[in-house]
Design a protein around this ligand. Structure first.
Ligand code: PHE
Length: 454
């Protein structure tokens, strides 16, 4: 079982996997979530902690997830059962896979609500593509109108759920690879040009200072929890999604090299997005602290309204963001779907059941903008609460368990074989990161987030 191919199909090449994994990592997390979570946490200090988290915990863990996936070549749940058995450990380690499925469905439930906004904006910009007047002249009002209409929110949310089910139901290679091949480079180009535009606003320096000069007095336990959660969310870690994708990676590919490329691409896009968005936030006097999840959907349209060919720009940007979100939602649904297929369901039925379930749970997040806006759970509305539980708690805890499994539980030959291409020293470093650094850092961050250090 270990070598060879997966019953679910394979990536056509290393590049195929890189594209799919970058597609999974790059999404709303880099642009929508990164910008507003950075703003909520005061800028520079958060960004620095975030970068440290990517390097010390994100990269080793990404290697671990892909490695486990390729060693088992099944859905995360069955892979963990098999590898635990081969390593003479308890099959209860498969709980990592179950918690990943649950975290994934929770993430999908609110992610598709926001991804739905990108579709709605795409249509708005498309309708005024060649018009001389801005498609969205008053971004604040436009955003307010969209997010106060239950029917629009529900409509776009379910359109996105259906799009996601559609691709996952067709299987791994068709669709995902093709879309990502074109989408990631284009998104990158648009972001670079928006960064250049940001330089002309006169607020680029302020934005750089805001993003990159840390004020350590602002670092609290909750900054650490938020930064760690953001790193997991953005890199698609901790819910066994990359484990599922790892199962389809060809035997000869170098996992550390692939993981390095994916982490670098994901971080690069987030930083570019920050450098594109914050000059506009300051130029248009938006308050970064209070804008919340609407930040990107208000800040960028302000710029598009003033730019030459702004409507075309807006269209391109939101189409690409929708694609980036789509290649992420697909990866969220894949692991659970593969499991149900192994249990005998057809791919269509499996994807529809799970996607439909997430869609229904997501109605709560939709209504948190309208009729249930007053509902508070742990001081958050339903969408923020789901996001917090899944991203800031479940993903890092899942990551802690995955690092422990890879570093301590997995039989030595199983993991060394998967990393055959690296030197003994590099291997020892990776193992040390999984055994000690990642679990301890995650545990410490939690302890400080829960206020255990006063
Ligand atoms: N990484 C994706 C993004 O940044 C979201 C995601 C989270 C995807 C968890 C898969 C798993 O948008």
């Amino acid at each position: 079982m270990a070598a060879g191919i997966s019953q679910h199909g394979m990536w056509s090449s290393k590049l195929g996997f890189v594209l799919a994994a970058v597609g999974s990592a790059v999404g709303l997390g880099n642009i929508w979530r990164f910008s507003y979570v950075t703003a909520e946490n005061g800028g520079g200090a958060f960004v620095l902690v975030y970068l440290l988290a990517v390097l010390s915990v994100g990269l080793p863990l990404m290697i671990a997830e892909v490695l486990i996936g390729r060693a088992g070549r099944e859905s995360p749940i069955n892979t963990l059962i098999d590898l635990a058995r081969e390593s003479k450990a308890s099959p209860a380690w498969s709980l990592i896979g179950w918690s990943g499925v649950v975290a994934g469905l929770l993430i999908l439930s609110f992610y598709c609500v926001i991804a739905g906004w990108t579709l709605s904006y795409t249509v708005t910009y498309a309708q005024s593509m060649f018009a001389a007047t801005p498609a969205i002249a008053n971004p604040g009002e436009h955003f307010g109108a969209l997010t106060s209409s239950t029917s629009s929110l529900l409509f776009w949310h379910f359109v996105f759920i259906v799009l996601t089910i559609g691709v996952v139901a067709r299987g791994v290679e068709k669709g995902i690879e093709a879309a990502v091949r074109f989408m990631i480079p284009s998104l990158f180009l648009i972001l670079v040009s928006l960064v250049i535009y940001g330089m002309t606003t006169g607020h680029f320096g302020t934005a750089l200072t805001y993003l990159f000069s840390p004020d350590f007095s602002k670092v609290t336990g909750s900054t650490l929890v938020a930064a760690l959660g953001q790193a997991f969310f953005s890199l698609s870690l901790g819910m066994a999604g990359l484990m599922a994708y790892g199962a389809y990676v060809p035997d000869k590919a170098s996992i550390p090299r692939l993981a390095g490329i994916i982490c670098a691409a994901d971080t690069g896009v987030a930083l570019l997005a920050g450098m594109a968005i914050f000059p506009l936030v300051f130029a248009f006097s938006l308050d970064p602290h209070t804008a919340g999840p609407g930040l990107v959907f208000v800040a960028l349209p302000n710029a598009f309204a003033q730019m030459q060919f702004g409507n075309l720009y807006g269209l391109a940007f939101f189409v690409l963001l929708a694609f980036a979100a789509w290649s992420s939602t697909i990866s969220i649904l894949e692991g659970g779907t593969a499991y149900l297929v192994e249990r005998g369901l057809s791919r269509w039925l499996a994807a529809t059941l799970l996607g439909g379930f997430a869609g229904i749970v997501g109605i709560g997040s939709v209504l948190s903008f309208t009729v249930w806006s007053e509902v508070r759970l742990a001081d958050r509305n339903i969408l923020d609460f789901t996001n917090f539980i899944a991203s800031d708690l479940m993903l890092p805890l899942g990551g802690l368990a995955i690092a422990t499994f890879a570093g301590w539980v997995l039989a030595e030959p199983l993991r060394r074989n998967q990393l055959a291409d690296i030197s003994d020293t590099s291997y020892a470093i990776w193992k040390g990161l999984c055994r000690y650094v990642a679990p301890i850092l995650i545990a410490l961050v939690f302890a400080s987030g829960l206020g255990l250090f006063g």
